[in-house]
Design a protein around this ligand. Structure first.
Ligand SMILES: NC(=O)C1=CN([C@@H]2O[C@H](COP(=O)(O)OP(=O)(O)OC[C@H]3O[C@@H](n4cnc5c(N)ncnc54)[C@H](O)[C@@H]3O)[C@@H](O)[C@H]2O)C=CC1
Length: 402
């Protein structure tokens, strides 16, 4: 694989990215009509996601010499089994990718570039196929909705019974898919520690225009099937002899609840602080549970944060900043953070300014400012080359199973 040729060739293609992506999709669906059903049905969803292919390709091309690329591709292949990706799809995608690159490169496309891309794609496809073949997990877990509670217009708490036990650690998340919105997967944190009956809870915040979140909050019926991916994520409890602070915003509360359930089984000797931010009091949907937990576990101090009435939801973050600033001893704390991307970025920055140690700050991946939100449908690039990644979904972030 000639990395130098690949990088300079990609630099040419990148300048005409839109053309390349349009060509790619047209070529792929024209030559493989059957593949279309593996993608979200709505044209608008597909349209919005065209540029994701380039994001994904950029990701791979920029890591060609990185040791992390191979394990990443293995994980990727394993996870893609749930999209019903088979060996025949790799060949089809490879052919369309090469055709698109050639058509976009013009005179820059030479036998040398063609060879370099063919080899690179071959390596990617082989790594993904090998990852898929080596996995001991099923492609997905079938589960049934056994309980559904809606809080207000936009929050739903679902209890699911997986047909076979789902192995996970408190704090991890899964991708979820419903036959109501075929080929669309979204990531949600599991909101409980493992239970004897193996049921799991999801906390879903409805996104305006988000078809899966709307279905899960407002439409889903008891007994309906859902599919769950292999759990992932690094927001799992580190049991150190240190005081712990949990900071959650919105349904980012879900994994923190799971961590608190885990903590309850072996209560620590140290103090535990919990900050829960929400856009208003009605969005503190789990407050009764938190209050009951705090009453039973005396070492827990809880602070609820909401914006002043009529103020935008971001104001809660300003209030949180004041509350965090009033606390001391940040360098000694293990801090767990979960919530919307901007919230996480701002809070992590603030905590470091307050003296918290970066290596004691735990959260799932936060995107660069302005990066895609986690509520969009999967685009082709994600589907094939990238992770089904909401902002906090780091594909390779599988915590060890306990
Ligand atoms: N592991 C993780 O990190 C998890 C993250 N999440 C994420 O949490 C979010 C939950 O959404 P909702 O419940 O609708 O939350 P939300 O939009 O109601 O926000 C809750 C709080 O977050 C803060 N916030 C929101 N937007 C902000 C902004 N632009 N700037 C600064 N602060 C802001 C505010 O304090 C707000 O009150 C989603 O983005 C979801 O992807 C959810 C579960 C787990």
């Amino acid at each position: 694989m000639d990395v130098r040729i690949l990088k300079s060739s990609f630099a040419v293609v990148e300048r005409r990215a839109e053309h390349a992506v349009k060509f790619f999709y047209s070529h792929l669906f024209w030559h493989n009509p059957g593949i279309r059903r593996l993608f979200p049905a709505s044209a608008e969803d597909m349209e919005r996601q065209r540029d994701r292919l380039f994001a994904a390709l950029t990701h791979v091309v920029s890591r060609l010499e990185d040791d992390s690329l191979l394990p990443y591709l293995h994980d990727l292949g394993r996870d893609h089994r749930k999209f019903l990706v088979g060996p025949e799809h790799y060949a089809a995608v490879g052919a369309s990718l090469l055709a698109a690159l050639a058509a976009t490169s013009g005179t820059a496309w030479t036998p040398g570039t063609e060879k370099a891309w063919t080899e690179a794609y071959q390596l990617m496809a082989e790594a993904m196929t090998a990852g898929a073949a080596a996995s001991e997990d099923p492609p997905w877990w079938d589960a049934e909705v056994v309980r559904h509670v809606q809080y207000g217009e936009d929050i739903g708490v679902l209890t699911l019974a997986p047909r076979t036990p789902l192995p996970y650690r408190p704090g991890q998340y899964v991708s979820v898919s419903s036959p109501r919105v075929p080929a669309v997967w979204r990531t949600y944190s599991l909101a409980n520690a493992p239970r004897p009956d193996h049921t799991v809870d999801l906390h879903v915040s409805r996104i305006e225009g988000g078809r899966l979140s709307t279905a899960l909050v407002r439409e889903i019926q008891l007994g309906e099937p859902l599919r769950l991916s292999t759990p992932g994520g690094r927001l799992t409890l580190r049991r150190a002899d240190r005081p712990v602070t949990f900071i959650a915003a919105g349904t980012g509360w879900a994994p923190v609840r799971a961590l608190l359930e885990e903590l309850a089984d072996h209560p620590p000797d140290q103090d535990v602080r919990l900050f829960v931010a929400a856009r208003d009091a009605a969005h503190l949907y789990d407050r009764p549970w938190i209050d009951a937990y705090a009453a039973a576990f005396r070492r827990l101090g809880v602070t609820y944060i909401t914006p002043a009435p009529g103020r935008p939801r971001e104001q809660a973050t300003a209030r949180l900043a004041t509350a965090l600033g009033n606390r001391a001893l940040w360098p000694e704390q293990d801090v767990y953070l979960s919530g919307p991307p901007v919230f996480m970025e701002e809070t992590a920055l603030l905590l470091e300014q307050l003296g918290a140690r970066p290596d004691r700050l735990f959260h799932d991946a936060v995107p660069l400012a302005g990066a895609a939100r986690g509520d969009r449908p999967l685009g082709f690039g994600e589907w094939f080359l990238h992770r089904p990644a909401p902002h906090w979904h780091d594909p390779s972030a599988r915590a060890p199973r306990g």
